[in-house]
Design a protein around this ligand. Sequence first.
Ligand code: IMP
Ligand code: MG
Length: 179
Amino acid sequence: MHQDVERILFSQKEIAAKVKEVGAKISEDYAGKELVLVSVLKGSVVFMADLMRAITIPCSIDFMSVSSYGKGVRSSGVVRIRKDLDEQLEGKHVLIVEDILDSGLTLSYLREYISQKGEESVRIVTMLDKPSRRRVAVYPDYTCFTVPDAFIVGYGLDYNEIYRNLPYVGVLRPEVYGG
Ligand code: IMP
Ligand code: MG
């Protein structure tokens, strides 16, 4: 385990099993529909890469980049689009792929933005849900794991751009961010 990690919440093995399960459920729910996965960079890339391979029906992928957190641990509430969608969403069923749903500010903005693209439906799949910190009413349609109110790193999640490559999900030691 990394020295800056206080404890591991979900091991590589547990994550793999859960992602497979969620991928199977999505495949079932979207069978016969035109599905596009929209990954929110950068945190969700690891989840996206695993989830798309757990989905057994045809689907396309797209990426968006928005800023909400900057480099700290608190959401600013300000969402800015850094990279927009490449594909047209008309007639498609959109599944937004997120790493963690925290205050919900980022996703409530994104869901609204995507709802104006002529898509058939928009739903949310998140690797982690931290419901204790929700500030706006946005709920995931698919969740792998619910996490406590702590700062989480690994499996795509960062602090100051570090720790994304840890293969497990863990709690960052508060000393690391001066908490
Ligand atoms: P929200 O807008 O507050 O829901 O935050 C969404 C984004 O904040 C996520 O996509 C993450 O990039 C980041 N974030 C929220 N909580 C954590 C955490 O515990 N660890 C790392 N990043 C986080
Ligand atoms: Mg982040």
